[in-house]
Ligand binder design. Structure first.
Ligand SMILES: CC(C)(COP(=O)(O)OP(=O)(O)OC[C@H]1O[C@@H](n2cnc3c(N)ncnc32)[C@H](O)[C@@H]1OP(=O)(O)O)[C@@H](O)C(=O)NCCC(=O)NCCS
Length: 318
């Protein structure tokens, strides 16, 4: 099996800025080629340094020294909603910055990587991106058949039950990816987050700069929730079981005298449950799904969402 982190495949001495310049050059070269040549990574054959730059970006994503989106430390939870933002590269402009060149590097990596057979006992796989290695030294517990792909970063002290963490994704320390939960490419999950069984966080690689799903520190995402299309779930928010959030889903705060509608963003510490609302169409009135903010996180919510520490503790100090 090839080792995608082999030093001869990469450019370990380049700064992040110089990697960015090389990746941008690779993007230009790839764009100049007809699509079938792009898929063969011809740009990397003629200029191996560009291919090495792409591999170095994936290595740094894997090690966690680069990430697809970064939090602006100066921002507060007063960020505006996604829809209505006129920038394609920001989630709630002051709050998160998306690094489109890193998403492009992931896209460029696929044609570079070799298809190979991987084996786990009697099981066989045929793919380009191997599973992450050295889990014990990284301090991550991965329960079979959970998979963290090379190029995703899972911080020390996380538990990945039989779920899936895709390339470019990031999971913060002390978080749990429970059984059949999937963290899509580039999705950003904060510290101490619980992704309950069957949660689906959407992935995004294109267009470059497109907003990934972001789940901030301390959030609890209930069983079988789906969060897609760059929705931002702010700190310590709670999504009740089965909530589906797309960028179009009205997230309606019903706790005051008048409803307040958010789109693309769940405000910090909100408790959100699945709802429906009437919508009139030419054929008549129908009930469409929505999400309802029914309150703020309280002690009772915490009791219902608190996790059994014994299940998570595996003697790794985060
Ligand atoms: C959202 C949740 C945490 C409850 O939050 P809470 O702040 O404790 O809310 P409460 O139970 O006090 O409920 C407040 C009101 O909202 C209603 N409500 C709460 N959760 C609801 C839900 N998921 N759907 C519909 N209504 C809900 C309650 O019936 C209650 O109404 P009432 O005052 O008329 O009785 C809980 O419903 C939930 O979904 N938990 C996630 C469970 C899960 O996925 N576990 C993962 C295991 S791996």
């Amino acid at each position: 099996m090839q080792d995608p982190s082999a030093i001869e495949l990469r450019l370990p001495d380049e700064s992040d800025d110089s990697l960015r310049a090389l990746v941008e050059e690779a993007i230009r070269k790839a764009d100049e080629l007809p699509p079938h040549h792009r898929a063969l990574a011809n740009w990397a054959r003629t200029e191996p340094r560009l291919g090495q730059a792409v591999c170095e970006v994936i290595y740094r994503l894997d090690r966690g020294t680069l990430r697809v989106a970064t939090r602006n430390q100066e921002s507060l939870s007063t960020a505006p909603d996604l829809l209505g933002s006129d920038s394609a590269t920001h989630i709630a402009p002051e709050r998160w910055l998306v690094h489109g060149w890193i998403q492009s590097a992931i896209n460029l990596y696929f044609p570079l990587a070799q298809l190979e057979t991987y084996r786990a006992g009697e099981l066989e796989f045929f793919d380009k991106i191997p599973p992450k290695r050295d889990l014990a030294s990284a301090g991550i517990r991965v329960v079979p058949p959970g998979i963290v792909r090379y190029g995703a970063h899972v911080e020390k002290g996380c538990v990945v039950m039989p779920g899936y963490v895709n390339i470019g994704a990031r999971v913060g320390t002390g978080s749990m990816v429970d059984t059949w939960a999937t963290v899509g490419s580039c999705a950003q999950v904060g510290k101490g987050v619980h992704l309950s069984g069957g949660v689906g966080l959407g992935g995004v690689l294109e267009p470059a700069g497109a907003r990934p799903v972001i789940i901030e520190d301390g959030a609890f995402i209930g069983s079988r929730c789906v969060v897609v299309e760059g929705v931002l779930v702010e700190e310590e928010a709670v999504l009740g079981a089965g909530v589906v959030l797309t960028a179009s889903t009205p997230i309606i705060d019903v706790t005051g005298a008048n409803e307040v509608v958010h789109k693309g963003r769940v405000p910090a510490r909100s408790v959100v449950v699945a709802g429906v609302r009437p919508r009139r169409f030419p054929a008549g009135e129908y009930l469409l799904p929505c999400a309802l903010i029914i309150g703020q996180r309280s002690e009772s919510t915490d009791r219902k969402t608190s996790l059994n520490a014994a299940l998570r503790d595996f003697s790794v100090s985060a």
